[in-house]
Design a protein around this ligand. Structure first.
Ligand code: NDP
Ligand code: KPL
Length: 310
């Protein structure tokens, strides 16, 4: 792990969508040197027509990954969908130095591992989950009411490392809430449980958060999907249980009733979904451990059939 010798100033965001736009706006407003990373048409479009965040145009320079440059990032935030991660890693490599710190807000269990492998051993890739935001994108317009919280760190954080401290300081300066829990693996699985439950159920039911905030059929579907995650988590040695479900219900109660999960937004916009990283992963783990996962299997079939495979 590299030691950070200076505060974070240069922040690269890869993916100028709901999450990337929301984070870029926070860092830009706080005076950081923020750049979007893109290539080809995406770079051109980002330069020609700025995205808007909560109605305000966000003018952030674009580092074009097709052309040579000298700018490197202190912090890189990955904010693309899982099917775009491979290309995003190649693009981000251009702005990564040995001291660069990397956060991934992608949902799913394995983006950090894929990024660390793709970028090589030099940069510090922390584990990260993004919680309780309601970021939405329609075309180039990004809206959020709640920016939520970034939960991040090393796998164990009994002591705060210099790398983690540098990110905590940068997020605080950007006005973003954060948390560094002792056991990040548990949090990654907790977020996975949440996404497998509500993202998938909201996507197949075309239903906003409000449909899941009270007992009823929608919440029962979410619970059935969640139960299967808990079973495979136990097989993986992760102790998810009723307290974790209660914790999710408390977060859910605070979400805007009309807000939509990222997967619900994908289905509405006719985009491929992240179902392979959610239900697909549960089904795969279920097969490995001999655990039945019929609800997740059904959701995978429905979403693949509806939107095509990611
Ligand atoms: N929205 C939310 O509330 C939350 C989302 N997440 C997770 O965060 C991740 C991002 O989600 P979200 O922001 O909603 O997704 P969006 O689809 O809104 O944004 C993704 C952005 O990445 C761009 N992109 C894709 N490939 C590249 C590339 N190679 N280089 C540069 N940009 C690229 C896309 O451009 P284009 O449109 O041209 O493809 C798009 O602008 C997902 O894993 C999601 O599950 C996590 C918590 C909450
Ligand atoms: C937890 C939730 C549902 C919103 O923060 C999310 O991660 C998503 O929409 O992808």
């Amino acid at each position: 792990m590299n030691v950070v010798t200076h505060p974070i100033e240069r922040v690269a965001v890869i993916g100028a969508g709901a999450m990337g736009g929301m984070y870029a706006a926070h860092f830009a407003r706080a005076g950081f040197d923020v750049r979007f990373i893109a290539r080809a048409d995406r770079a051109r479009i980002l330069r020609d027509s700025a995205v808007t965040v909560n109605g305000e145009p966000l003018r952030v320079p674009v580092v074009d990954a097709d052309t040579a440059r000298s700018w490197t990032a202190d912090l890189v935030i990955f904010a693309v969908k899982d099917r775009h991660l491979r290309a995003a890693i190649d693009e981000a490599a251009m702005v990564v130095a040995p001291s660069t710190i990397v956060l991934s807000v992608l949902n799913g269990l394995d983006s950090e591992e894929r990024i660390a492998t793709g970028l090589g051993s030099a940069p510090s890739v922390l584990l990260c989950v993004a919680m309780a935001m309601d970021a939405e994108r329609a075309g180039d317009d990004i809206h959020f009411r709640q920016a939520g919280r970034l939960v991040f760190g090393h796998e164990h954080n009994d002591e705060v490392s210099p790398v983690v401290r540098a990110v905590q300081d940068a997020l605080t300066r950007a006005g973003l809430e954060w948390e560094t829990p002792p056991d990040m693996r548990h949090r990654l699985w907790w977020k996975f449980m949440v996404n497998v439950g509500i993202n998938q159920a909201s996507a197949v039911l075309d239903a906003p958060y409000g449909a899941f905030q009270h007992d009823g059929d929608a919440r029962s579907l979410m619970a059935a999907l969640v139960d299967e995650v808990i079973d495979v988590a136990h097989a993986e040695g992760v102790d998810l249980g009723p307290d974790d479900v209660d914790a999710w219900h408390r977060v859910l109660a605070g979400q805007p009733a009309e807000g939509r999960t990222s997967m619900h937004q994908d289905v509405v916009a006719g985009r491929p979904t992240e179902v392979e990283s959610f239900g697909g992963r549960v089904v795969e783990l279920g097969r490995r451990y001999g655990i039945p996962t019929p609800f997740n299997q059904a959701i995978v079939w429905v979403l693949r059939a509806r939107t095509g495979r990611a």
